[in-house]
Design a protein around this ligand. Structure first.
Ligand SMILES: CC(C)(COP(=O)(O)OP(=O)(O)OC[C@H]1O[C@@H](n2cnc3c(N)ncnc32)[C@H](O)[C@@H]1OP(=O)(O)O)[C@@H](O)C(=O)NCCC(=O)NCCS
Length: 159
């Protein structure tokens, strides 16, 4: 079940973030983000689904974003490794796109590494297209990789 993120989710979101990115978006920083009036977070929680009926919260993915007036920026999106390539990222991003459409957001931006095939496929399939590049932005073991900025023109929810 996809739902809004709460402070009780920060620990599990931080664990997914660390596993998937190894970054420093830890529990403390996530709690600070949640206090921001422009921040919106969503999680996919197995609790409440048919698969797992009566269990504690088990988060398998999250999406973090800022929304300022009619622009949104996706800060991070990740699905736990065991649940990747099963359509979960697709569902989460669709949920977010419907949410921003209802808030009259016109444009969504995000940034992705040029070698992240799964993420690029996901974003392109939902209508994102490249709008700029930071050349050689990400370090790899013995090379560098571009960062691609992508943009989505949100379809009006109430045309
Ligand atoms: C990127 C990510 C969020 C995608 O979520 P997901 O649940 O694995 O993706 P889905 O199963 O919903 O698939 C979405 C699309 O990507 C494709 N895809 C998924 N995994 C893929 C892979 N490893 N290689 C190529 N394409 C892939 C799917 O076939 C699908 O394409 P379609 O819409 O044309 O059928 C997820 O893989 C992830 O968390 N990766 C690690 C963190 C990350 O890179 N986040 C994005 C940072 S910008």
């Amino acid at each position: 079940m996809i739902r809004s993120m709460s402070s009780a989710d920060c620990n599990q979101v931080a664990m997914i973030e660390a596993q998937e990115f190894g970054t420093i978006l830890d529990q403390h920083r996530l709690l600070a983000l949640l206090k921001s009036p422009v921040f919106f977070g969503f999680v996919d929680d197995l609790k409440g689904t048919n698969a797992v009926f009566d269990c504690p919260t088990i988060l398998i993915s999250y999406l973090l974003a800022n929304i300022i007036v009619d622009e949104a920026e996706i800060l991070s999106i990740a699905v736990l490794a065991d649940y990747q390539n099963l359509g979960r990222g697709n569902e989460l991003l669709k949920h977010f796109n419907a949410f921003v459409a209802a808030k009259n957001v016109k444009t969504v931006f995000l940034e992705v590494a040029a070698d992240n095939k799964a993420a690029l496929t996901l974003y392109r399939s939902q209508g994102f297209s490249e709008c700029s590049r930071r050349l050689a932005y990400y370090k790899r073991v013995d090379s560098r990789c571009d960062a691609i900025k992508m943009k989505l023109h949100v379809k009006e929810a109430f045309p």
